[in-house]
Design a protein around this ligand. Structure first.
Ligand SMILES: [Ca+2]
Length: 316
């Protein structure tokens, strides 16, 4: 008699929806939450209650920020030593087998998009990033997908003399033509029988963006831990930031409960450029002020004239 392994796939989200990640500058800018809009899905392959493989898909939809930001995800609960292989397919369908380092002195993973930068004179600064430990001392698997959102969601000159403002951002002015989304896929295979399925290693994991020119300046979802490099950011505790630098239990929030990144389980129609999120989604402010108790589905009810999509179908 053959007893088959109890294997299944744990999809997140279970139904098609989205992941939305955005930030503003330290000066708070316009708080329009469209500086980087990415949607993601996660699949965990489970065998006998162990995770043996994690598949991630990140679809970049919009860049409404001027700061050159990179994007990374830390898979807390997973160490580099537990990983057998990582393969990343970039939006150009270039497949990279990512070298995994278990050395604390190294950055945990090479960023797969970086091979494109090394020969690119306009992005010389990125070569410096390569030499730095992205999360040395923490020993949590950290995967950097790209160093500069402009690489994938570029600015243009093609609208000169037509609609010049369409050159600046990517899919945040509703009057501009819709540009295509860009998708990264990641396949992480674990060694041996994998790792025990746990609440520590669940979507959305710990995604963050970082300032290309100052990589310690990370922006995570509220109360998610910075990397070791991120903890050296001297901006913590300045202006209105209320991060707890002792225990890191309270991070990337202000004293009045605001934050710089959002995770929304919905096919979100992000704000048009320079429209404050509270004006686009009137339920947002009461949601924040109630500590997330009231108006929990605020993101489903936009003022349509102030979103990017409006009545226009998104490029899905
Ligand atoms: Ca913006």
């Amino acid at each position: 008699m053959c007893i088959r392994d109890r294997a299944y796939e744990d999809l997140w989200p279970a139904a098609p929806d989205g992941f939305f990640y955005t930030t503003v500058t330290a000066a708070q800018a316009d708080y329009d939450f469209n500086d980087l809009v990415a949607k993601y899905r996660s699949k965990q392959t489970i065998v006998n209650n162990n995770i043996t493989q994690i598949d991630l898909s990140y679809r970049l939809d919009a860049r409404g920020g001027k700061i050159r930001s990179g994007f990374a995800v830390q898979l807390r609960g997973l160490t580099p030593a537990q990983v057998d292989s990582i393969q990343v397919t970039d939006p150009n369908n270039v497949v990279t087998n990512v070298a995994v380092s278990t050395q604390a002195a190294d950055y945990k993973l090479a960023a797969p998009a970086l091979h494109a930068y090394l020969g690119n004179a306009t992005n010389v600064a990125n070569a410096d990033l390569l030499a730095k430990a992205i999360d040395a001392g923490n020993n949590q698997l950290t995967l950097r997908l790209f160093n500069d959102a402009y690489e994938w969601l570029p600015s243009f000159t093609k609208y000169n003399g037509v609609q010049a403002k369409c050159n600046e951002f990517y899919n945040t002015y509703r009057a501009c033509p819709v540009e295509s989304s860009k998708t990264f896929t990641v396949q992480i295979k674990l060694k041996g029988t994998g790792v025990a399925k746990s609440s520590n290693l669940t979507p959305p994991y710990n995604p963050y963006i970082f300032n290309n020119g100052s990589p310690s300046k990370e922006v995570h979802l509220p109360n998610q831990s910075p990397t070791q490099l991120g903890k050296t950011n001297s901006s913590f505790g300045t202006q209105q930031d209320a991060t707890d630098k002792t225990n890191w239990s309270k991070t990337y929030v202000t004293s009045d409960g605001r934050f710089w990144a959002l995770h929304i389980p919905y096919e979100w129609d992000h704000p048009q450029e320079s429209n404050r999120i509270g004006d686009v989604f009137t339920g947002f402010k009461p949601w924040v002020e109630s500590g997330g108790v009231n108006n929990a589905t605020w993101y489903t009810s936009p003022v349509m004239s102030k979103t990017f999509r409006g009545t226009r179908k998104f490029p899905l």
